[in-house]
Design a protein around this ligand. Structure first.
Ligand SMILES: Nc1ncnc2c1ncn2[C@@H]1O[C@H](COP(=O)(O)OP(=O)(O)OP(=O)(O)O)[C@@H](O)[C@H]1O
Ligand SMILES: [Mg+2]
Length: 469
């Protein structure tokens, strides 16, 4: 066969094979294999030029495995024999003992000294822009002919186009990937009513999009909102901004370094995450407002049933006293609301609540009594706090109305139990009889606080409520 014919056939076959894929990795692997076959060489190494760092990076091999691709051999144009071909934009051929050439560059994870000859050529797109370089090696000494050098140059020129196409395709894929990731976040954010779900979607999408081993959202206060996976050798952090203010940070971890593309993708995700976070918080504020409305409604119902209870009392009722009592009961509920809304917490600090009620009742009754208090911090959920406020208000009123000149209030926490005691130094209760006040106390302690109530008289009166916290 005429060498020209053979040359054209090898070129066509190689390029057909290489063009069978658009995936860059696959294209480069095909190049390595097909080029080695076409030139009947023992090995082929394909380097891509990374213009951003100005380095040739080994991307595919045939014949020799690179021991650890995480430390891919890389060199600047001009470095090593293949780097020299890239810099000169011309082939470099050595028939034997290539590794003894002063230009040779040794890589610890690339066993190259088993090869005698080398033929290296640049990969130039449109004959000018450096896309990479490739070389073929043989174990036996070999003088490459001018035809073989031409063949490799011709293949390299075609390969440059395949690489360009694969890169464009990869870029398009990356865009699609990015848009998909952002669409997933938008969807999760607009669909979910709850902040938690949005945060989860953001963190999971970040992990997916960046192939991260771990990711998390860090909020303004340094609280980590949604950690997933695990930390790794490389970390990347992106601030979340909302109206010029930093409201958090998106963090991702990975074993391999993050690229500029990754950074840009993370920045887009962070933009969406900031919107999601603010959106979620606004929803949360709405939910909180609803919760407060709900409690107001519940408590108004409590007020109504207290009034009904009082209306049904058998004794003759002094209308003025009945009204005053009702006012105090409503004020007790109002005090709980005040504490609840000021704090925005789920739980109410009972010490604070008891202190407010004490001040309010002593002043309201204009009682010339000495009321001292020893209050330890104890907290309770909103509903039960309301019950406790009513109980305390009844018991303190009794002490002020029926008890002695000194009243002592105690709030303690003991073995998972809260203890509220109101003691006075009056004449004691004597014959225990239940008015509306004590009925309310007993009902609330039993049904709402799920605790126990004890009323003791020796000298004065001591009322004690125990409830699980
Ligand atoms: N600390 C106390 N010292 C002495 N007597 C008390 C004390 N607490 C309650 N009592 C007695 O127990 C009774 C029942 O109390 P209860 O709170 O149920 O009704 P009330 O105080 O009379 O009316 P109200 O329904 O307005 O509270 C009181 O009338 C009072 O005689
Ligand atoms: Mg009473």
């Amino acid at each position: 066969m005429d060498y020209r014919e053979r040359h054209v056939r090898l070129l066509t076959e190689t390029i057909e094979a290489v063009n069978s894929s658009l995936d860059l990795e696959e294209v480069l692997e095909l190049v390595a294999t097909k080029v080695a076959n076409a030139l009947e060489a023992d090995a082929c190494f394909v380097y891509l030029y990374d213009a951003r760092v100005g380095e040739l990076v080994l991307r595919a091999t045939f014949g020799t495995k690179v021991e650890e691709m995480t430390h891919r051999p890389r060199m600047r144009p001009g470095e090593g024999i293949t780097g020299t071909a890239a810099e000169l934009r011309a082939p470099v051929a050595l028939p034997k003992q290539a590794h003894l050439d002063p230009r040779f560059k040794n890589f610890p994870n690339l066993p190259e000294d088993e090869y005698e000859s080398i033929l290296a050529v640049p990969i130039l797109a449109r004959g000018e822009r450096l896309e990479g370089a490739l070389n073929v090696r043989t174990r036996e000494p070999r003088e490459f002919t001018a035809d073989e050098i031409d063949l490799l140059l011709a293949i390299a020129a075609q390969v440059a186009q395949s690489i360009e196409h694969a890169k464009l395709y990869a870029e398009a894929q990356r865009r699609v990937h990015e848009l998909e990731a952002l669409a997933r976040i938008s969807e999760a954010v607009s669909e979910s009513l709850y902040l938690e779900e949005s945060l989860e979607a953001i963190v999971k999408t970040t992990m997916d999009a960046l192939h991260a081993t771990g990711a998390a959202l860090v909020l303004e206060d340094g609280k980590i909102a949604w950690p997933e996976g695990r930390a790794d050798a490389h970390a990347i952090r992106q601030p979340l901004r909302w109206r010029g203010r930093q409201i958090g940070e998106l963090v991702a971890d990975r074993a391999t370094p993050f690229t500029q593309d990754d950074r840009e993708l993370l920045a887009s995700i962070a933009q969406h995450a900031a919107v999601a976070l603010e959106h979620g918080r606004a929803v949360l504020r709405g939910v909180l407002a609803q919760e407060i409305h709900h409690r107001v409604k519940n408590n108004l119902q409590t007020v109504a049933s207290l009034l009904r209870l009082q209306a049904r009392a058998e004794d003759d009722i002094d209308p003025r006293k009945a009204l005053e009592d009702s006012v105090n009961r409503i004020l007790a509920i109002a005090a709980v609301h005040e504490v609840l809304t000021e704090r925005r917490d789920e739980d109410v600090d009972l010490a604070e609540l008891v202190e407010r009620l004490r001040a309010m009742l002593v002043q309201g009754l204009g009682a010339a009594r000495e009321v001292d208090a020893a209050l330890e911090p104890v907290s309770l959920g909103g509903n039960r706090a309301t019950a406790l406020a009513l109980v305390f208000s009844e018991l303190l009123q009794n002490a002020l109305e029926h008890g002695g000149p000194h009243v002592h209030v105690e709030l303690q926490r003991q073995n998972g139990e809260g203890i509220l005691a109101i003691a006075d130094d009056g004449r004691g209760i004597g014959e225990p009889k239940n008015g509306t006040g004590l009925s309310i106390v007993r009902a609330l302690v039993r049904d709402e606080l799920r605790g126990s109530f004890d009323l003791r008289s020796d000298g004065g009166t001591r009322a004690e409520v125990r409830f699980p916290v």
